[in-house]
Design a protein around this ligand. Structure first.
Ligand code: CIR
Length: 426
């Protein structure tokens, strides 16, 4: 994938050497379980050691408390594995809450089973009170150990197994790209200019994995925005935020069905840290797919999704930062970037039949295929394009660029293109 042979597009390797493991569900399950195991085992050791020391280091304390806390630890392990699978390891606060929940429930249930032989009915009010008060006496060390280990150790073990950084860590020197896992109802996404044809969901998932892997392999650290399983178009994350250096503009999606997508994006952008966040607000509408940055010029498509008020608001937001917003009539395609994108040298490339006014751009180079209109700039000499535009990819490669290609056929059936599946933070 990183071969720089001039002149020939390079298909992304599948799996890539740096395959994005976060998109690999078996691995995220393993990471969740191993994270829970390390947390609970560590807390169990701390608890037994604590009682061993406080008992005056008597050897039988190890057997006694080791036996007593084995069942609570087992229950806490199962619960924490489930919490981790639901995303508890994404940041320290949910990890702390997950650990606390698993510890409390493990201690209560484990203790209830253990004392049921002697106490009879564990639902009797005095036994229930005893059990709950144990959380502040003999079970306290166990619960606190799990909560603390879960916050401090859990996310680290998860990340180490999964091999990438989750939201909650700050953007470092590396390039970061936000992505969002496809929704389960992806096939129901909005369609405006094309007819609906069946989407292969399995293949879409695989293509999304490979897309993320391609970004990773080119030095872009992919960070997942929390999934929005019921929002069909949520995978097209580009439409929800536009980055201008340290300024993040949360959009106001033009399609009613997509308005709810921005909350998760804003949360993720906030957790990246170090960014100024602004918003386009109603009645303004603006989709990120309509925004094309070429140096300090920002072309904005006036499309079915982006209205005049949205463009006006963006112009006001960007003026202090030295950007010029150029509005572009867009009547023949969904978004501006469905029709045109730009090479690293600023040349605007596009599919001419979709472009209302090519003369608006300083330099316009038509592509021989519709899907060839879209590319992502990965570095000064490398771009990412769709595998469904081989002649366009060859043309760009012939201009001296490395072209990495990815197959995104299932997303193209939903009017998506390479740009819309990620937001590059730059
Ligand atoms: C929609 O109609 O909103 C989605 N089905 C496709 C969005 C594609 N977004 C993009 O190209 N920026």
């Amino acid at each position: 994938m990183t071969s720089s042979d001039a002149g020939a597009p390079v298909p992304a390797q599948h799996p890539s050497p740096n395959r994005r493991p976060g998109a690999d569900r078996p691995r995220s399950t393993a990471a969740s379980v191993l994270s829970a195991l390390s947390v609970v085992f560590g807390a169990y050791l701390v608890t037994v050691l604590g009682y061993f020391i406080s008992s005056g280091q008597q050897a039988q304390a190890i057997a006694q408390f080791g036996g007593f806390f084995a069942l609570p630890a087992l229950i806490a392990f199962v619960l924490l594995s489930v919490f981790n699978l639901l995303g508890a390891t994404r940041a320290w606060l949910p990890a702390l809450a997950g650990g606390l929940g698993a510890g409390v429930l493990g201690a209560l249930l484990g203790s209830a089973v253990l004392i049921s032989g002697t106490a009879g009915n564990v639902f009797a009010s005095d036994v229930v009170i005893y059990l709950f008060s144990s959380l502040f006496s003999f079970n306290l060390l166990f619960v606190l150990s799990i909560a603390v280990a879960s916050a401090l150790l859990g996310p680290r073990v998860y990340d180490a197994v999964i091999g990438f950084r989750t939201i909650g860590r700050r953007v470092g020197e590396r390039h970061v790209a936000l992505v969002r896992i496809p929704a389960s109802n992806l096939a129901d996404g909005e369609l405006t200019h094309i007819d609906r044809i069946p989407v292969n969901i399995e293949l879409a998932d695989q293509q999304w994995d490979n897309y993320c892997a391609a970004l990773d392999a080119e030095g872009w650290e992919t960070i997942e925005v929390p999934a929005a399983p019921e929002m069909a178009d949520s995978v097209f994350i580009e439409d929800t935020v536009v980055m201008f250096g340290e300024l993040a503009v949360i959009t106001s999606p033009g399609a009613e069905s997509r308005r709810g997508e921005i909350d998760g994006t804003e949360q993720a952008v906030r957790e990246l840290g170090g960014l100024v966040i602004e918003r386009i607000t109603a009645p303004g509408t603006l989709d990120g797919g309509d925004v094309l940055k070429v140096g300090k010029t920002v072309y904005v498509g006036r499309s079915l999704r982006t209205n005049a008020e949205g463009i006006r608001q963006l112009r006001v937001l960007l003026a202090p930062h030295g950007y010029t917003v150029v509005a572009v009539p867009m009547t023949k395609a969904l978004h501006l970037k469905t029709a045109v994108t730009a090479l690293p040298d600023g040349t605007v490339i596009g599919w001419a039949p979709f472009v209302d006014n090519p003369e608006i751009f300083d330099r316009f180079l038509p592509m021989p295929e519709e899907a060839g209109a879209a590319l992502i700039v990965l570095s000064a000499d490398t771009v990412l394009m769709s595998a469904s535009a081989p002649r366009s990819a060859a043309l760009i490669a012939d201009l001296g660029y490395r072209v990495v290609t990815v197959d995104i056929s299932e997303f193209e059936k939903l009017e998506g293109c390479v740009t819309c599946l990620s937001v590059r933070v730059r």
